[in-house]
Write a protein that binds this ligand. Structure first.
Ligand code: UTP
Length: 475
């Protein structure tokens, strides 16, 4: 069946993107439908604007660093913060959790290429003894918060087209790890087509456009489009606790962080850790033209990364971003619907493509561009954003790479160090190496303790006290 007069084909041709349908007439009807429905997802005007903005030589002039200064943040009490303000923040956050105002939100739509694991990253086994998958760790933390505050928050999980079905099936196969399935919500994020360096949309098969997830910043649109925001509004949830799927150390529902955000009437807040070294590969919270912004490490010249504060001797641009946020529900809606929403960034990638003759070509160097939005780009739009310090060891050890830094091995070691610190806080002597790592491998379930305070309280009432040894599992 000739489809050349289909309105989508005409629109793509008018936009100079007719190559998308070069093989249409040779496809079986089901394949034609697939290609047309993918094409229908694409906003041709958006692609034209992005091509103009990000592809035209000289157009992407780089990041403007004029007038950049470090962003102020709320230091921990041990770094000079006011203990009373921290205590008030915690009370406010606890009250919000008790009142059911907070939802947990995980972005799990990434491709996880660096880890190279064949499955949704949230299904990756990560804990030292039980090898619990990331999703289970978060589920158990959310359940623990429910027990503590009398209400189990709803959990929203953003997936991608590629991992949605596998993610849902995984939860079903594990009985939602004890959560009420009616309160766990999966939705797909949006996709963007990849383009060649000439701005032409690429095909990955004769019947498939090279589409990929639109970045974690796509979560704002996806929360809106999926109906998640309406569901929240219907039951008085106005605050969203945002975290990434790769970080099992995270406090998914940190009352104090939530409280800082709520007391300031913030649209969006962020946690920071002091950078471990000038060159650490994390974005940095800065102030520019009265706005809070995150400047990516690759955009901050080395000399500025190395600047030190003459008074403290610490790095001047100290506040590293660890992708933990609190978002106001209506701010998410405004951002999702704004014409001036999040910008797209360009990432040059090696993309397997179909050439004009219909053959698959695997390039050995970047041959195209993917467009992604970053959630932290919402910060400059936020009213009263607050950046709050946290201890890295309490909140951050992501699994990004198969080996080396930020790998399963470093993450397991960080989990063990955390358990050891909790034990030491409870008065237990544990032999460790110089880095705080114990000689045996054990595990604490979130049901036993989710942080130092809940752990020590439980430990004191556990009689007889368990012996810390290889394979011990505290639940
Ligand atoms: P990363 O930046 O680590 O990207 O995502 P990634 O795609 O997971 O991994 P690589 O770069 O291919 O190795 C940080 C967080 O943002 C989510 C990821 O699932 C992770 O929780 N994310 C990223 C999305 O939800 N959607 C995206 O489009 C990109």
């Amino acid at each position: 069946m000739a489809q050349s007069s289909h309105p989508l084909v005409e629109a793509f041709t008018r936009a100079g993107q007719g190559q998308v349908f070069a093989h249409l007439d040779q496809l079986a009807p089901a394949a034609q439908e697939r290609l047309l429905s993918q094409a229908a997802e694409i906003d041709l005007g958006e692609i034209a604007r992005l091509n103009c903005l990000l592809l035209t030589p000289g157009a992407a002039a780089g990041i403007n660093l004029d007038g950049l200064s470090p962003a102020p943040y709320e230091p921990l009490p041990e770094h000079g913060g006011d203990p009373a303000a921290w205590a008030s923040a915690r009370e406010t956050g606890e009250a919000a959790l008790r009142a059911g105002r907070v939802a947990a939100f995980t972005v799990a739509g990434g491709q996880g290429t660096r880890l190279g694991y064949a499955g949704p990253k949230g299904t990756f086994p990560v804990t030292p003894v039980r090898r619990k998958p990331l999703f289970q760790v978060f589920a158990e933390k959310i359940l623990a918060a429910g027990r503590r505050f009398g209400r189990t928050p709803r959990w929203f999980i953003m997936t991608s087209h590629a991992n949605h079905a596998a993610t849902e099936a995984f939860f079903a196969a594990h009985s939602f790890f004890g959560l009420d399935p009616a309160r766990v919500h999966f939705f797909r994020q949006g996709r963007m087509p990849a383009v060649g360096f000439d701005g032409k949309i690429l095909l990955e098969a004769r019947d498939a456009i090279a589409l990929s997830p639109d970045g974690h910043g796509g979560s704002l649109r996806a929360l809106d489009r999926s109906g998640a925001l309406d569901l929240m509004a219907g039951e008085g949830v106005d605050t969203v606790s945002y975290f990434q799927v790769d970080n099992p150390l995270v406090r998914c529902l940190d009352a104090t962080f939530l409280g800082w955000h709520l007391r300031r009437g913030a649209d969006m807040s962020a946690k920071m850790v002091p950078k471990s070294a000038p060159g650490e590969k994390v974005g940095v919270f800065c102030r520019q033209n009265g706005k809070t912004v995150v400047i990516e490490y690759s955009d901050l010249p080395l000399a500025r990364q190395q600047e030190t504060d003459p008074e403290t001797g610490r790095l001047r641009f100290l506040a590293g971003s660890i992708a933990l946020h609190v978002l106001d529900r209506e701010f998410v809606r405004r951002m999702a619907r704004s014409d001036h929403g999040l910008p797209f960034h360009r990432a040059d990638k090696t993309i397997p493509v179909i050439d004009a003759a219909g053959n698959l070509v695997k390039a050995d160097k970047p041959n195209g561009i993917k467009f992604e939005m970053f959630v932290f780009d919402a910060l400059p739009f936020a009213r009263n954003p607050v950046v709050v310090e946290t201890r890295r060891a309490d909140d951050f050890s992501p699994v990004k790479n198969a080996d080396g830094a930020d790998s399963p091995a470093t993450c397991q070691a960080d989990q063990l160090r955390q358990f050891v610190r909790w034990l030491q806080a409870a008065g237990v002597a544990v032999v460790t190496d110089g880095s705080g790592l114990p000689s045996c491998v054990f595990e604490v379930a979130p049901s036993f303790g989710e942080d130092e305070e809940t752990f020590t309280a439980k430990w004191r009432t556990t009689v007889p006290a368990p012996t810390i040894k290889d394979g011990l599992y505290l639940e």
